[in-house]
Design a protein around this ligand. Structure first.
Ligand code: NAP
Ligand code: MG
Length: 486
């Protein structure tokens, strides 16, 4: 239980009003978490983090220079000597403790996540934060069972893991990275994205409170240059990166010819396939969840919809009516379905793609939305009348924009679905299990959902093919990127 007893009272008392931020502790200024201490950045530089729903500044965040990265890597290296020798059972205890502390502070984490990043509180409360805790619980369980994970092999940690994460699932991505690294005996230098550092820094507070030995996890904030300093540091043994395909390619080049182990979780352009025998109303909910969850800022979003021709009219009509009911607005309101676009820069990218779609001859549909003032807002958007060669069908938009196409046969839809540079996710909606199994074999995607979409679980591996990256996170497979064998 949290020390603040009012937390739960407040949740019930304001059930229909925007989530109150009264008792959420946010500092004016955040420092770097290096060697178990919060320290000022060597160049004394700070940047602002803003609330994307009103453009107001929330706090100042320290910008780590390459000198600070040197310090963080040195601390992680020093800590590695004893941390890597600690029995798995002891390591597990710390990871369990971190998991429990996240659960205790779940509400605080959820509010900060929505405030800093713009996602609806319903999602941070019910999905992001509980899942982040589950990842720590799950990997805590593996810490003393590595010989079962890798039978007959002598497993060793890799060393210092440099971890760089994006802004769409800030705490969850930190959990995906830190939990397996610790379970396998590595130490960590993690950099959150510039626009969403706050929950990673809150996690640093929890890590401090958990009593994890100093230097085992270091959290350094900053922008791309800070990330590059981690990637290029000679004493970093592994890079785990989640982000855009462009930066992923740069990192792959930067680490080529070094001994650094690398995993890349990159972009996507997921196909969501609706067959004529699908339960149509459920499929429509599935389409909405696939593309509008987290404003479409989802690497595995179902951003390409393929509907079998015989049911296309009814599916599209139902989808449009459902879109009319979606509430775009204050991320802290529990009724909100679509929150704020994470940054003005991302909003511009999305708007540019909408223009491209129109110029390419796409037929647009957007419900009439009333947006709050000042923030970054985008209506849920459909494009009909598009084809495989259109840029909005091929390129990742990373916003609430869906490109709709129809198909007649399985072969046709498989060919279309696989025809992008990406290979991260897909969804199949049908009453026939055999059809799902058939398609899971033939779709080039790291994850294929059957009659659901965007479902995550710490026991399931996640990752891509082609330009969506390589390596897996989650599940037993997620341990593999953090170990080496004798
Ligand atoms: P991004 O621009 O590639 O940034 C990702 C992270 O890399 C951020 O922390 C960023 O810092 C940092 N970075 C930027 N330039 C760098 C450089 N030269 N060297 C090292 N680090 C650098 O991606 P994003 O816009 O944050 O996130 C959206 C992308 O992530 C989408 O393409 C999405 O598909 C992908 N994604 C993939 C997965 C997956 O599991 N496959 C999951 C989530 C997101 P700053 O932001 O502070 O500049
Ligand atoms: Mg922010």
């Amino acid at each position: 239980m949290s020390k603040d007893k009012n937390i739960f009272k407040a949740t019930w008392a304001y059930a229909d009003a925007p989530e109150s931020t009264d008792h959420i502790k946010i500092k004016k200024q955040y420092e770097l978490f290096i060697d178990g201490e919060f320290v000022k950045p060597s160049k004394k530089k700070y940047f602002d983090t803003i609330d994307p729903s009103n453009q107001k500044k929330i706090a100042s965040i320290a910008e780590a220079s390459s000198d600070d990265i040197d310090k963080a890597v040195a601390a992680a290296n020093k800590a590695f000597t004893s941390w890597s020798k600690l029995p798995g059972k002891e390591r597990g205890k710390y990871i369990f403790r971190i998991a429990r502390l996240i659960q205790e502070r779940a509400r605080e984490f959820a509010v900060i996540e929505s405030l800093d990043g713009g996602k609806p509180i319903r999602e941070s409360r019910d999905i992001d934060i509980p899942l982040a805790a589950s990842h720590f619980f799950y990997y805590a369980g593996w810490a003393d069972k590595l010989e079962y994970a890798f039978p007959n092999r002598k497993v060793k940690p890799v060393g210092v893991a440099g971890q760089i994460i994006p802004w769409n699932f800030p705490l969850l991505m930190a959990a995906w990275k830190i939990a397996p690294a610790l379970a396998t005996g590595n130490t960590v230098v993690l950099k959150p994205a510039e626009t969403t550092s706050l929950t990673a820094l809150k996690l640093a507070e929890i890590i401090e409170e958990s009593g994890l030995p100093k230097g085992v996890v270091n959290i350094v904030t900053g922008a791309g240059e800070t990330g590059a300093a981690i990637v290029n540091h000679p004493d970093v043994d592994k890079i785990a990166f989640t982000g855009s395909t462009g930066v992923g390619k740069y990192i792959q080049k930067a680490t080529a010819g070094t001994a650094k182990k690398l995993t890349l979780e990159l972009g996507g352009k997921g196909a969501n396939i609706i067959f004529e025998d699908a339960a149509i109303d459920q499929a429509v909910e599935g389409i909405v969840n696939a593309i509008f969850f987290n404003q479409g800022h989802v690497c595995c979003a179902g951003s390409r919809l393929f509907v079998q021709e015989s049911v296309a009219d009814v599916v599209i009509q139902k989808l449009k009516s459902r879109m009319e009911t979606l509430i775009v607005g204050n991320p802290l309101d529990k009724n909100t379905d679509i929150g704020a676009i994470n940054s003005a820069k991302q909003l511009k990218t999305i708007k540019d793609y909408i223009k491209i779609g129109l110029n390419e001859g796409g037929e647009i549909y957007q419900p009439n939305c009333k947006f709050p003032k000042n923030g970054n807002w985008c209506a849920p958007t459909l494009f009909l009348n598009v084809s495989q060669s259109h840029r909005i069908v091929q390129e990742e938009i990373f916003g609430p924009v869906l490109a709709v196409q129809t198909f007649r046969t399985i072969d046709e839809v498989v060919e279309k679905a696989n025809n992008t540079p990406f290979g991260l996710s897909a969804g199949v909606w049908t009453q026939k299990g055999s059809k799902i199994f058939n398609l899971t074999q033939r779709l080039n995607a790291g994850v294929v959902w059957g009659n659901t979409f965007n479902k995550f679980d710490p026991t399931s591996p996640f990752g891509g093919y082609k330009e969506s990256g390589f390596g897996r996170e989650g599940g037993l497979h997620g341990l593999r990127g953090y170990v080496k064998f004798d």
